[in-house]
Ligand binder design. Sequence first.
Ligand SMILES: Nc1ncnc2c1ncn2[C@@H]1O[C@H](COP(=O)(O)OP(=O)(O)OP(=O)(O)O)[C@@H](O)[C@H]1O
Ligand SMILES: [Mg+2]
Length: 241
Amino acid sequence: MANENKDKVGEGAFGLVLRTVYEEYDAMVKVPRLGDFFASHFLHEAQVLRYLDGAGGAPRLLHLGPPEDPRIFMTSAGSTTLQHLLDEEALDEQGVVQTVLSVALRVQEVHAKGVVHNDLKADNVMVSAACDQSGLHQVNLIDFGLSTFTREVERPQFELHESYGDCSVMFEEGDPANDVVDLGSMLKEALDEVCFLGSEEALGGALATLMEAMMRESASDRPDIGEVILSLQFLVGRGKS
Ligand SMILES: Nc1ncnc2c1ncn2[C@@H]1O[C@H](COP(=O)(O)OP(=O)(O)OP(=O)(O)O)[C@@H](O)[C@H]1O
Ligand SMILES: [Mg+2]
């Protein structure tokens, strides 16, 4: 079981996330900021994490606490958030392309499993401290508390599942275009931090055009995540002088 010796690593509107030890391993625990009021949201998030089984880089569920003390024990998804990288202005022009592409690929993984995230923002994307062989930081999606399904899937059941009560509101059908518009906002935020000058002007223009298409008001006018990925892949390596 869990050791209660914890340090805060982050907080959001719903939860406080603390470093902890679970069955002798380093882990994270998300506890609600509003007591057990949102217990059913925690049940939902735990179900989605178990169902995703690491798709999208999502943390793996280790344990879900009982409804009177709802808490999610999960693996760590990274050391810092994409928001932190943006605030630090740590990304250059190609950094923006590669990072948004990495996030888009993660989004495609969860869409392929019939899950729409619905709350994509730079705070909900974790970035690893280390780089992979291609020199890229690994990105992982977190915070699936508002996610929905695009199709009926078999949802994991837990001990004490019934006592959590009804959370059917979370099971409305999801529209993957919600994640495209949110990824467009993330791209917009990243573009606002970078100045595309000289040989990079064309790259900046292409990214701005893509961002506008992703943020179109009508969901059916937006590119799907596969098209976004193809556009970004085309732009990788472009604009370098
Ligand atoms: N598995 C994890 N590994 C590392 N850090 C995490 C993990 N889960 C959450 N965090 C950190 O805790 C913060 C809050 O977690 P989370 O986004 O799940 O809470 P929330 O209250 O649902 O957020 P929101 O306000 O977006 O609804 C994250 O922004 C991140 O910094
Ligand atoms: Mg969050």
